[in-house]
Design a protein around this ligand. Structure first.
Ligand code: IMP
Ligand code: MG
Length: 188
């Protein structure tokens, strides 16, 4: 089923190829660079674990400006792919947030619960500005209080894996984004 050789027969159609992702990350970085005055330092906050690959590619495309990097670890509790799962903050950004230009980097917006929870906690820390860059957006969220200013791609509603995205901690290392067989999802 897969057009790319991987050890996983359940990994199906590639939705976003390595080349497409790389080109889009470059575009996003250009738009982000153009948005902020060059003399202002940007604090990029990656949302782990899912955004670990995207945020590392994105910050390396922001070479022309000063950038500080920090991470937040959030986790979901509940069944496998169910978006009603609870979002919990396991590790907050250590860096001071007050008065900084903060760019929160998220892998994928599904129900929007994660963004609502995490962006709100950052906003309470009084940043000079708070923007969000999400690689993928399923456009399903009905109660999104923080809309990402930058979105890489609108995504299908299927469960996607690769480029940081997982199913049960598997597939994060795949360099492209693909769908997984729904039968496999049922089993997790
Ligand atoms: P939300 O809170 O429902 O918006 O879900 C966002 C989080 O759920 C993301 O940060 C991902 O970790 C995870 N997620 C949502 N959809 C997918 C998917 O298709 N593949 C992998 N992870 C996903
Ligand atoms: Mg995840």
């Amino acid at each position: 089923m897969s057009s790319v050789l991987t050890p996983y027969p359940e990994v199906g159609r590639v939705v976003f190829s390595v080349e497409r992702i790389a080109a889009r990350v470059r575009e996003l970085a250009q738009e982000i660079e153009a948005h902020y005055p060059l003399e202002e330092e940007l604090l990029v906050v990656g949302l782990l674990k899912g955004a670990f690959v995207f945020s590392s590619d994105l910050v390396r495309a922001l070479v022309r400006r000063s950038v500080a990097v920090d991470f937040i670890i959030a986790a979901h509790y509940g069944e496998g792919t169910d978006s009603r799962r609870e979002v919990r903050l396991l590790h907050d950004a250590d860096t001071p947030i007050e008065g900084r230009h903060v760019l929160l980097v998220e892998d994928i917006v599904d129900s929007g619960k994660t963004l609502n929870r995490i962006a709100e906690s950052l906003e309470r820390r009084s940043p000079a500005s708070l923007e969000i860059c999400a690689l993928l957006h399923k456009r399903l969220a009905t109660d999104l209080r923080f809309e990402p200013r930058w979105v890489g791609f609108d995504a299908p509603s299927d469960w996607l894996v690769g480029y940081g995205l997982d199913l049960g901690e598997r597939y994060r290392h795949l360099p492209f984004i693909a769908v997984v067989d729904p039968e496999e999802i049922k089993g997790q």
